[in-house]
Design a protein around this ligand. Structure first.
Ligand code: GDP
Ligand code: IMO
Ligand code: MG
Length: 422
């Protein structure tokens, strides 16, 4: 059984919580794209962890965690994450595998990310500043440096030299200080020592797991509308967020993914720039941000908040082939007298769809809302569907009807146990 968890909006839907919950029944947990622009929060008996690179399922002591080839790695962040988890009592021995094919986020990628954003001025994407775009662009233009290169110090230094000869010219031209080859080289030798025990080609493990009917949990990062092709370009991230990314990113044939769970926040949020049709600029938006503690796990930036957008989720479900969805943060809607759902969009009075245009087009659509009654009894911490107030059940039923996909889980709090299996 292979289950894929996909973020369905603009990230931060609560994927970490759902992956941690599902990991208790999994043999393998796999990250297959993105880098430490991801920030997945896990809250369980070990504490609270903002996870950036290590798969969230690692807390299941029996699981094997794989950072597959599609992930790009900032070794500084990876090493600190390993050390923090070790301090919290998590044992990695024979449980963490890092693909030698993973590309490295180099110091110049982070500087270039910042410089490109600055150069774009008001048109900037609002990236996390983690060097994601520049690293993936080097990957596809054959300028990347991989973990496998780092294993061969001589080759690594040669590649570093060539890249610095290009990157330092751009960096200097854009007004920043050129980087020193020796300093970077020596730093990376230290990282190599720390991660060396975990580097191993994971393909045979995955191949055997698929043959041996083991349970694999794939942890998607970001969200569908940040997908490089189908998101709100150029306000997107650099990787493929959609279901199809599992073959390139982890060597898993898409037809062997049995279950695809879209994680959907009970309202909508977005960090960074870009269109957001249901964004709220009033007290309701402020209330969602405050109650939902909507501040970025990676950058701490306040998240933009708005009502649930069924047009987006309908599209996300279709394009990914969701077998079910997990609704998160339903408890954040506790105390709202009325709650709105965007059922469709119009533009100049005509009904339009998400995919009809680009980011500029989307910033001009008008959401059509349906207003539902809120609930007075809190849903926070409820674990049984039958215990939900009737208005909360109606809200969930309306979502199911609008997005034409079955709700499989409802999360009613940030803790692992605050969940309803519908
Ligand atoms: P991810 O990137 O999709 O893993 O999501 P983040 O961890 O960045 O953001 C989700 C935030 O919501 C985290 O702070 C979680 O602890 C929290 N969270 C997850 N599920 C729930 C829930 O059902 N209710 C509440 N109140 N918080 C939740
Ligand atoms: P998780 O996995 C929220 C957004 C950034 C920015 C755009 C491009 O925690 O859901 P990048 O640094 O990737 O080049 O930034 O994408 N972004 C996210 N927003 N959650 C994430 O990950 C994100 N990953 C990228 O805010 O708008
Ligand atoms: Mg996040």
């Amino acid at each position: 059984m292979t289950t894929l968890v996909v973020g369905s909006q603009w990230g931060d839907e609560g994927k970490g919580k759902i992956v941690d919950y599902l990991s208790s029944k999994s043999d393998f947990v796999v990250r297959f794209h993105g880098g430490n622009n991801a920030g997945h929060t896990v809250i369980n008996q070990y504490g609270k962890f903002p996870m950036h690179l290590i798969p969230c399922g690692i807390f299941n002591p029996k699981i094997k965690a794989i950072i597959a080839n599609g992930v790009i790695l900032d070794l500084d962040v990876l090493v600190s994450e390993i050390e923090n988890l070790e301090k919290a009592g998590i044992n990695f021995k024979n449980r963490l595998y890092i693909s030698p094919r993973c590309h490295l986020i180099m110091p110049y990628h982070k500087i270039l990310d910042k410089l490109y954003e600055e150069a774009k001025g008001k048109a900037k994407t609002g990236t996390t500043g983690r060097g994601i775009g520049p690293t993936y662009s080097d990957k596809v233009s054959y300028n990347g440096i991989r973990i496998i290169d780092l294993l061969d110090s001589k080759l690594f230094r040669e590649k570093l030299k060539i890249q610095l000869s290009i990157k330092n010219r751009i960096i200097s031209a854009l007004g920043e200080k050129a980087l020193n080859e020796k300093e970077i080289f020596e730093k990376f030798l230290v990282y190599k020592k720390k991660i060396h025990p975990f580097i191993k080609e994971p393909y045979p493990l995955i191949e055997n797991a698929l043959k041996g009917k083991k349970t694999i949990l794939l942890e998607g990062a970001h969200g569908v509308f940040l997908d490089n092709d189908w998101g709100t370009y150029p306000f997107v991230t650099a990787s493929t967020v959609l279901t199809g990314g599992v073959t390139a990113g982890a060597g898993i044939p898409s037809k062997q993914v049995d279950s695809i769970v879209g994680v959907v926040k009970a309202y909508t949020t977005r960090v960074g720039a870009g269109p957001f049709p249901t964004e709220l600029f009033d007290g309701d938006g402020e209330k969602l941000r405050r109650t939902g503690f909507e501040f970025g796990t990676t950058t701490g930036r306040p998240r933009r908040c708005g009502w649930f957008d069924a047009e987006l989720i309908r599209f996300a479900s279709r394009i990914n082939g969701y077998t079910g969805i997990a609704i998160t943060k339903l408890d954040v809607l506790d105390g709202f007298k009325t709650i709105k759902i965007c059922t469709s969009y119009t533009n100049s009075g005509k009904k339009v769809r998400y995919f009809d245009g680009d980011a500029k087009f989307l910033s001009n659509v008008k959401p059509v809302y349906k207003t539902l009654k809120g609930w007075s009894k809190p849903v926070k911490g409820i674990k049984k569907y039958s215990d939900l107030p009737k208005e909360a059940k109606n809200y969930l039923k309306e979502i199911e009807k609008q997005v034409k996909t079955k709700i499989q889980f409802v999360s009613t709090g940030s803790d692992r146990n605050e969940i309803i299996k519908a």
